[in-house]
Design a binder for this molecule. Sequence first.
Ligand SMILES: [Zn+2]
Ligand SMILES: [Zn+2]
Length: 280
Amino acid sequence: MKWIGAHVSISGGVENAPINAKKIGAKAFGMFLKNQLQWEAPPLKDESIRKFKENCKKHGFNPEQILPHSSYLINLCSPQKELLKKSRKAFINELRRAKVLGLKYLNFHPGSHKNLISENDCIKIVAESINLALDKVSGIVAIIENTAGQGANIGYRFEHLKMIIDRVERKDRVGICLDTAHLHGAGYDIKSYDSFTRTIKEFDDIVGKSFLRAFHLNDSKVALGSRKDRHESLGLGKIGVNAFKFIIQNSLSDNIPLILETVDQKKWPEEIKLLYSFAK
Ligand SMILES: [Zn+2]
Ligand SMILES: [Zn+2]
């Protein structure tokens, strides 16, 4: 099965996410668990939780088909003590929100060293953050997203992802989400069948396919290896539509959330249709 969808809005309450996903013909969705631009959020209301679960059931979304994304403010390898503390607290809080909603995953960006510490030290700190958080909240799988390596962000090399996973104690509760625009920005070519196959083999050799739990499907506005993160609608960017066909036609994308974060939401229904046409 291919579970294709998009990162939908929670405006008006988290319970609207499954409704918004259904409207665009999605069989999976991404969502924030709170306003992603604020540190604090009021606890989820019982009514919201109940309606979220009810709407997921009604529209056929199981927890395996839902990939919540944590706030962009969180930096789990912050070299600044206060920010690290705040980030860990916020991350634990988001794991708890995922849990009360009956979800399975929490997707996040590994973080930034802000040019104050080395990439290696940053990797150690993020792994420690994951261990602390998984210890506090049971059940949820922490999904590390690869990055484009913009600014001082780590996670743009498969080796970074591997080093983080190596340091996580609960291997059954850590996974990877591969964002195609981030792969491209980081210099991993997926445009042709050969380059796609090479990139996936490299991922498998270094990290291991078994850790792959999701894809973010985005074209990119920027050049291969530019270390920039600029999403584009499918087929309109520098990656091109073929890469998405390779992904959909590969068993690697079976039974995991495949989430669009492309720039033009109006195109989501047709993008989802296009991706499903590749599955036939
Ligand atoms: Zn992301
Ligand atoms: Zn992404």
